[in-house]
Design a binder for this molecule. Structure first.
Ligand code: 4AD
Ligand code: MG
Length: 431
């Protein structure tokens, strides 16, 4: 009996017979030959069917087999240097598992809404498949990076009693007799965690009721959030820069095929090198002014502004010291310039926008109480959070890296909707 193999392993079976199981991706024919492109999730291989080698009804059945029908194929593996996987399969036997109905996604062009409605099937397509593979590598690199540095994983809750990132985009849910919110960020839970474990991170889905329809916003997205005790803004930036350059390195090393499938400009990613440029808000504002932007000094940057700033650099740029009043309540103010926050945003190159937000946290009890009041947040919900400043308060900081923004940058996809298996957006809850 022929050995069972995945398509990605076929190179190890050259000269032998194997059985693969998969789906018909595409087919072409020429006289007595049928070329079946078979995919099994690990790769794609061409299976060549010669009429004289199989029963007549098998050949005929395959000639009319619809796209995405599932099958077992036994055949002889031969080397083919031109093929992507380096080999092809000469078919000896075919067993059809299921004859598919007419498949809605064909090689012709489809509109985005149509593809989004068929997201569950669209994931089978070449490019979408490559994006999800790269996403997996990015997520694994994040975990490896922090694990290798001795961080402890501390999962944050999804149901929360309080807002972390402002009250305007909260998803409210009924929690028995109380109101609860879906978490916007695990940060507030990482801060006490850092006091317990020194350095921690959480990795999970976060939620924001974003009413705006932009190419960078999802209502449900994944974030990795480290938090470190005895850490100032500069040390925090070292950590962020280390993470992002590690992710890029890993993707270049392990996911080159997928980048090529996506026709990503790989040379742009190869230019990403530590140290990343560090500029403050004022220098960023100067870049905008010189570029003729309508940006008003004192405001937060818009998406277009971020593109103008990041276009100046090959590597991601870290922008620090924003005006405190455009940033969240938990940011520590710069003692040198009290109207500025000790914060950092990392902007990806090539106009992919902010991938990281973070900074040094307010570590003084009284100052934090004042900030909570100023932001009109319910003091009761933050009592536990204030405890971090009551029992051995220390300078500490951290950041959040948005996974989908990072995937969109590395994959060169302009819209985040393709960077997560099942996107959730203002007008998208299906499938
Ligand atoms: O800058 P943000 O809002 O920072 C925080 O949530 C902090 N509490 C993180 C921390 O310090 N622990 O969000 C962090 C990152 C952004 O830079 C962006 O990459 C991503 O999360 N992000 C989104 N991604 C997709 N859709 C959205 N609606 C996003 N909002 C933020
Ligand atoms: Mg931000």
């Amino acid at each position: 009996m022929a050995a069972k193999a995945f398509i990605s392993e076929l190179k190890d079976y050259i000269g032998q017979d194997v059985t693969i199981s998969g789906w018909l991706y595409n087919k072409t024919g020429k006289g007595k030959l049928l070329f079946l492109m078979i995919r099994d999730g690990t790769g794609i291989v061409q299976a060549v069917l010669f009429k004289n080698n199989v029963e007549e009804d098998v050949f005929e059945k395959c000639e009319h087999l619809p796209q995405e029908s599932s099958l077992h194929i036994t055949g002889h593996v031969v080397e083919d240097k031109r093929a992507k996987g380096g080999c092809e399969l000469q078919v000896k036997e075919i067993q059809v598992v299921h004859v598919a109905e007419e498949y809605p996604i064909t090689p012709k062009e489809h509109g985005t809404e149509f593809l989004m409605d068929h997201r569950h099937l669209w994931l089978r397509s070449n490019k979408q498949h490559a994006i999800i593979k790269i996403r997996h590598e990015i997520i694994k690199s994040c975990r490896d990076y922090f694990d290798n540095l001795g961080f402890t994983l501390l999962d944050a809750p999804i149901f929360t009693p309080a807002a972390c990132e402002g009250t305007t985009n909260l998803f409210e849910v009924n929690y028995f007799d109380e109101k609860a919110y879906l978490t916007q960020s695990g940060q507030l839970y990482m801060e006490p965690g850092a006091m317990a474990f020194g350095k921690v991170y959480c990795f999970g889905p976060t939620f924001r009721a974003e009413k705006s329809k932009t190419r960078r916003h999802l209502t449900e997205f994944w974030m990795v959030e480290p938090e470190v005790a005895f850490c100032d803004l500069n040390q925090n930036m070292d950590l962020a820069e280390g993470l992002v350059s590690y992710i890029v390195e890993r993707v270049l090393e392990n996911k080159r095929d997928e980048l090529e499938t996506l026709e990503r400009d790989i040379s742009a990613l190869e230019k990403v090198k530590k140290p990343f440029p560090r500029i403050d808000y004022d220098e960023a504002a100067k870049i905008l002014k010189e570029a003729g932007s309508e940006f008003v000094f004192g405001d937060d940057f818009g998406g277009g502004d971020e593109t103008i700033i990041s276009d100046k650099f090959d590597s991601p740029v870290m922008v620090t010291h924003y005006p405190a009043n455009v940033k969240a309540f938990y940011m520590k103010n710069d003692p040198q310039r009290p109207d500025r926050a000790l914060c950092v945003d990392m902007l990806a190159p090539e106009g992919y926008g902010e991938i990281i937000g973070g900074g040094q946290r307010e570590d003084d009890y009284e100052t934090l109480v004042q900030k909570i009041k100023k932001h009109d947040l319910p003091m009761d919900s933050f009592k536990w959070y204030l405890d971090v400043r009551r029992y051995g308060s220390v300078p500490h900081g951290g950041f959040g890296l948005g996974i989908e923004r990072t995937v969109s940058w590395l994959c060169g996809r302009s819209h985040v909707r393709e960077t997560i298996p099942y996107p959730r957006m203002l007008y998208r809850l299906y499938p």
